[in-house]
Design a protein around this ligand. Structure first.
Ligand code: BMP
Length: 216
């Protein structure tokens, strides 16, 4: 079962990453890694990996600026994450991803996020029609709402481990993949940790499936 997206926010050895490859659905990289090891370093780390590469720069600008960023990073990227609050005209509506996938942030995992933005962000996402959406594992009710509003979209969910959600919680609420960073890469043995988390997730998914299947 490959339902974990590894968020590589601090440098990790390529050797370890290759060892984890079979247990991952994708990797997510963004500013922290780019600023630590540079664009060439990221390129070297990701080259040859048979995993989807999601670039999480939280694009949030006018179209021209975002398109310049995409142009630089597209050789390495399969997908980009953008904020949805920036709106459509002159921004998301003319974002040119040149065949890469788009994931829009609909809600965030930290305590200070204001959920009252949701109706507007949903409207933007409906108009832009991205491949996927980002919604927080720390708020299962939001994931349920996103799944209801966007039944066919890929929902990826951060907030597991270091931010408090348990592996499997978000998927049980309707997400497709869970994003994890520190819980794995800060571990002394990340490869073993990934296995341990995957097992926990499988147990949780088994339980929630049983709960869903149970006659009422
Ligand atoms: P960690 O598992 O170490 O908390 O990392 C979570 C990752 O997901 C970080 O890269 C963070 O920027 C990102 N993220 C998040 O934590 N909450 C959100 O709402 C959206 C994110 O992209």
């Amino acid at each position: 079962m490959r339902r974990i997206i590894l968020s590589i926010d601090e440098p990790i050895s390529k050797e370890k990453l290759v060892e984890m490859e079979d247990g991952l659905a994708a990797v997510k990289v963004g500013w922290p890694l780019i600023l630590s090891i540079g664009v060439d370093g990221v390129n070297k780390l990701l080259t040859g990996l048979g995993l989807k590469k999601i670039f999480d720069l939280k694009l949030a600008d006018i179209d021209n600026t975002m398109n310049l960023i995409v142009e630089k990073l597209k050789p390495m990227a399969d997908a980009f994450i953008a904020h949805s609050f920036i709106g459509v005209r002159g921004s998301l509506g003319s974002l040119n991803l040149q065949g890469r996938e788009l994931y829009l942030v609909l809600s965030m995992s930290h305590p200070g996020w204001n959920e009252s933005f949701y109706p507007y962000l949903r409207e933007v996402a409906m108009e832009v029609n991205p491949e996927g959406l980002v919604a927080p594992a720390t708020r299962p009710s939001v994931i349920r709402k996103v799944r209801e509003d966007f039944p066919t979209k890929v929902v990826i969910s951060p907030g597991v481990g270091a931010q408090g959600a348990e592996p499997g919680d978000a998927i049980c609420s309707g997400a497709d993949y869970e994003i994890m960073g520190r819980a794995i890469y800060l571990s002394e043995r990340p490869v073993e940790k990934l296995r341990e988390i995957t097992k926990k997730m499988e147990d949780r998914l088994y339980e929630c499936k049983r709960a869903k299947d149970r006659p009422r």
